[in-house]
Design a protein around this ligand. Structure first.
Ligand code: URA
Length: 442
């Protein structure tokens, strides 16, 4: 078999045989296939796509490229969730403790942020002492003891995805449905949970810009999960504006803690309740209405907040930061961004706002960049809100004054103020299961 022939076949729109796909993944993981050939292959897939069968084989090959985590030592139903990535998306820090407080076992591996999207691991690391690199043994022990652990992706979990994702990131081949589906699902299959809830973001801050594309992606991932014996469902959620009001690592932990005390922003609370309801439903905890009530009760009783604190403590962090998030303090440099005119906040370019937060130090431009845990943005107005000239639209935080000017310019470039009130978009567009697509009415 020759890599050249496989690239050519895909370039011409052909269907690859399972052994050809396995040859590519094994060869690339071992370093036998060079980056330039893999890049050409990825671009061919980007333009020609893959059948469901090809995507399924690709996912399996990537999942088996490294360790398959054994969670059999954990008693009870293991549930996992995964977001396709967005801005202000701190849902894992809220939904995972809710699910654990309702009797599920949450053994979750999360990633770091890159570019305009944030990552749960970076957010957790803003808590002093918090460890996000756990051995499999410790991970399993913490889940058995507290019901929940969120850790970074272990070194040898789906290494093919790690290599391929890094290459996609620099070859403009990220936004491909078969490549995203296989990337996410290979990690989810290798991570070993029984139930998988996917949060597929749609909008200008997501990889899938339209709901139609997000539904396509969700259908593929749900099918892959079910074919591999995992109960899988997806919610298609709005990423045309940031989720919640805080963007940045410590800022997002603060907002997650507030939401777990029942004092979070309305959009974030609603998305988290919907995700928690669906996780509990997959774990067969009852009807959707009962699962929703259980999730809300976990918040109102304080049990979910206690679960988050228990996980933080078990992973070496100071749980007092969860009960008293004001302990994080504020970044030394703070700037109010004033509305240049009066009107409705018409449109937010969510990716642009994520980049502005990154420019303040909340994210990395390059993998090796350090994160400023206190940097970020607090949004005072969001799409649909009315603002007076000079009123504060947002507050920017950073530890380095020199970062402010460009970040502020990026923020301004990303918001539009106009005379008429924009149409309210739904927060949750649809639910995708093995039985089909259920559109959600707002
Ligand atoms: N998240 C992933 O893990 N992989 C992708 O391809 C896109 C988002």
């Amino acid at each position: 078999m020759r890599m050249y022939d496989i690239i050519l076949k895909k370039r011409e729109g052909g269907h690859l045989a399972p052994e050809e796909i396995r040859f590519v993944i094994e060869g690339y993981t071992k370093g036998e296939i060079p980056d330039y050939q893999m890049s050409a292959f990825l671009m061919a897939v980007f333009f020609r796509g893959m059948t469901d069968e090809e995507t399924g084989v690709l996912t399996q090959a990537m999942a088996h490229s490294g360790d398959m985590v054994d969670l059999s030592e954990i008693q009870g139903v293991k549930v996992d969730k995964h977001s396709t990535g967005g801005v202000g998306d701190k849902t894992t820090l809220i939904v995972a403790p809710i699910a654990a407080a309702c009797g599920c076992r949450v053994a979750k591996m999360s990633g770091r942020g890159l570019g305009h999207t944030g990552g749960t691991v970076d957010k957790m690391e803003s808590i002093p002492g918090m460890r996000t690199s756990l051995s499999e043994k410790e991970f399993v022990e913490i889940v058995n003891r507290t019901g929940i652990s969120v850790t970074g992706q272990s070194g040898n979990l789906a290494p093919a995805d790690k290599k391929i994702y890094a290459l996609r990131d620099v070859t403009a081949t990220v936004e491909s449905i078969p490549l995203i589906a296989s990337s996410i699902m290979s990690k989810k299959l290798a991570a070993g949970s029984d139930c998988i809830l996917l949060d597929v973001k749609a909008g200008n801050g997501a990889f899938m810009k339209t709901t139609a594309d997000a539904v396509q992606l969700a259908k593929k991932m749900v099918a892959i999960g079910e074919q591999n014996g995992r109960k899988t469902a997806a919610l298609i959620t709005n990423m045309d504006y940031p989720l919640g009001n805080k963007i940045g690592n410590a800022l997002e932990v603060q907002e997650a803690a507030a939401t777990l005390r029942g004092m979070g922003p309305e959009d974030l609370t609603e998305v988290c309740l919907a995700l928690a309801e669906n996780m509990l439903f997959l774990a067969q905890k009852g009807t959707p209405a009962k699962c929703r009530a259980m999730a809300w009760d976990a918040i109102c009783s304080g049990r979910a907040l206690e679960k988050l604190a228990a996980m933080v403590e078990a992973q070496g962090g100071d749980p007092d930061y969860i009960f008293h998030p004001e302990r994080f303090g504020e970044a030394p440099v703070k700037e109010d961004v004033a509305a240049p005119e009066e009107g409705y906040l018409q449109d937010m370019n969510t990716e642009g706002i994520g980049i502005s937060a990154m420019m303040l130090g909340a994210g990395r431009e390059k993998k090796e960049d350090a994160i400023d845990p206190l940097a970020g943005i607090v949004l005072c107005k969001k799409t649909g809100d009315y603002v007076k000239k000079g009123e504060t639209l947002a507050v920017l935080y950073t530890s380095e004054e020199s970062r402010l000017k460009d970040a502020e310019a990026k923020y301004f470039e990303s918001v539009k103020i106009k005379g008429e009130k924009p149409k309210k978009e739904p927060l949750i567009y649809a639910r995708v299961t093995k039985d089909g697509v259920e559109e959600k009415a707002d």
